[in-house]
Design a protein around this ligand. Structure first.
Ligand code: FAD
Length: 404
């Protein structure tokens, strides 16, 4: 294989470097990292880290020594251009690296809001450690924040901000929260919990402008004519995959860097993994680009196996979680295309799961405070199994019996 150069040191890039060494890969590994921190975990940025008092070191996957001990070169720089014929990566600093195999693990970046005053200092995003740190230092009891977007990150931030005593409004264009990701059952439950915590949720409306006075944010205007006063605006309207470097190198890209079922691009010396990769899924029969820790780390392990001689088709089962206030949401499988939902557990008690079916086939399970159902779903769906809608609905049916 020769040297493996990994562009991006997030969940995917870090895991690939670690898994390669674990599998006995003996050649050069360089991890190009354009953030000024050791590789770190992203999920806590909108959860525990934002809420807590721990320092950045609490987020790191491994201390500095790990990279030295494992001879993983952590290069703080930015990959600037790829020459695929010469197999070279040019870095922003002017240096250049030769590769045997190149891996794009470039992730995604915030989609920026394009409305009046969106560039003011009090309009913030939440993707990287520096942004989370800045928000943590900024938010204080009594402050009024408008969150734009009721996706996972927007709602996680909203719950934390509310718990810290801020006045919180969430504005969402869709007719329910997390509409792209979860069933209506989960959306409705989540909305009721956030409302009960004192968060005001505005659905089916758009923020048309941010209002300011002398550079200071004073509020937002909505498409229905409403005005919400605010000191701070936090935007969570999705991400754009970082595909430009691959595209400029002449590799096919669409809504991600296009890779096959082995996570290989059109160039046999170049792979792409994690949030930036649009991969061919054998399991789901189509192209998928997912944004999750599971996807990033399982992709990394698959490529590490291939580069150390064990080529296998990528077949990870998608799963995801989100912590919002006191509630833990967990998803196993992909529920796209479901036509029937069976609820198991007790919605009123705040612990239930939505089993999503297409016909009689179980596609996925979305759980709220039901970790057992989630783990069951990961094992069952991972093995290609199913249970009937009647069994899912029957509280006396023993899920474990379906696993044997
Ligand atoms: P990233 O983690 O985005 O890493 C890519 C890295 O590459 C970045 O550091 C980027 O700066 C760098 N890079 C890009 N271009 C270059 C270049 N040219 N040169 C050098 N470096 C470059 N997922 C879950 O499963 N559960 C959760 O609860 C959850 N919570 C989340 C909360 C937040 C606030 C965020 C932002 C994400 C969350 N996610 C969660 C999603 C998860 O973090 C991502 O799916 C995961 O980080 C993807 O890993 P990645 O390595 O593909 O990309």
């Amino acid at each position: 294989t020769g040297s493996v150069i990994i562009v991006g040191a997030g969940h995917a890039g870090f895991q690939l470097a670690a898994s390669l060494r674990q599998a006995g890969f003996a050649e050069r590994i360089a991890l190009i990292n354009d953030e000024g921190h050791l590789p770190y975990q992203r999920p806590p940025l909108s959860k525990a880290y934002l809420k807590g008092t721990g320092g950045p070191e609490t987020l790191m996957f491994r201390p500095d020594k790990f990279y030295q001990d494992n001879e993983i070169e952590l290069i703080t720089d930015r990959a600037h251009a790829i020459d695929r014929n010469a197999r070279k990566v040019a870095l922003a600093s002017g240096a250049s690296l030769d590769y045997g195999h190149l891996v794009f693990a470039t992730g995604a970046r915030n989609r920026l809001l394009d409305i009046p005053n969106a560039r003011l200092d009090a309009v913030r995003y939440l993707r990287i450690l520096d942004e989370s740190q800045a928000l943590r230092d900024l938010i204080a009891p009594g402050m009024r924040v408008v969150v734009i977007g009721a996706g996972f990150i927007g709602l996680e931030f909203a719950a934390t901000a509310r718990a810290k005593g801020l006045e919180v409004d969430v504005v969402e264009l869709a007719s329910r929260v997390m509409a792209r990701a979860v069933t209506a059952e989960i959306s409705e439950f989540s909305q009721s919990r956030h409302s009960a915590a004192g968060i005001r949720i505005h659905l089916g409306v758009q923020v048309t402008a941010i209002e300011a006075d002398g550079g200071k944010v004073t509020g937002v205007s909505l498409s229905n004519g409403t005005h919400i006063p605010a000191d701070l605006v936090v935007v969570g309207v999705g991400v754009l995959p970082n595909v430009e470097l691959a595209a400029e190198a002449g590799l096919p890209v669409a809504s991600g860097i296009i890779v096959d079922e082995h996570l290989l691009t059109a160039d046999p010396n170049v792979s792409a993994i994690g949030d930036c990769a649009l991969y061919t899924s054998k399991r789901f029969g189509g192209s998928l680009r997912l944004e999750s820790v599971q996807n990033a780390t399982d992709h990394a392990r698959c490529v590490a196996s291939r580069l150390t001689g064990k080529t296998e088709v990528y077949d990870g089962l998608p799963w995801f979680w989100s912590d919002q206030g006191p509630d833990k949401l967990q998803m196993a499988g992909l529920t796209t295309g479901y036509d029937r939902v069976v609820v198991r557990g007790d919605r009123a008690q705040g612990a239930f799961s939505a089993f999503c079916y297409r016909g009689d086939k179980l596609l996925g399970i979305e759980s709220v405070n039901r970790a057992g159902d989630h783990m069951f779903g990961r094992r069952l769906l991972g093995a290609g199994g199913s249970i009937t809608p009647e069994q899912a609905a029957d509280a006396s049916f023993d899920l474990k019996s379906a696993l044997s």
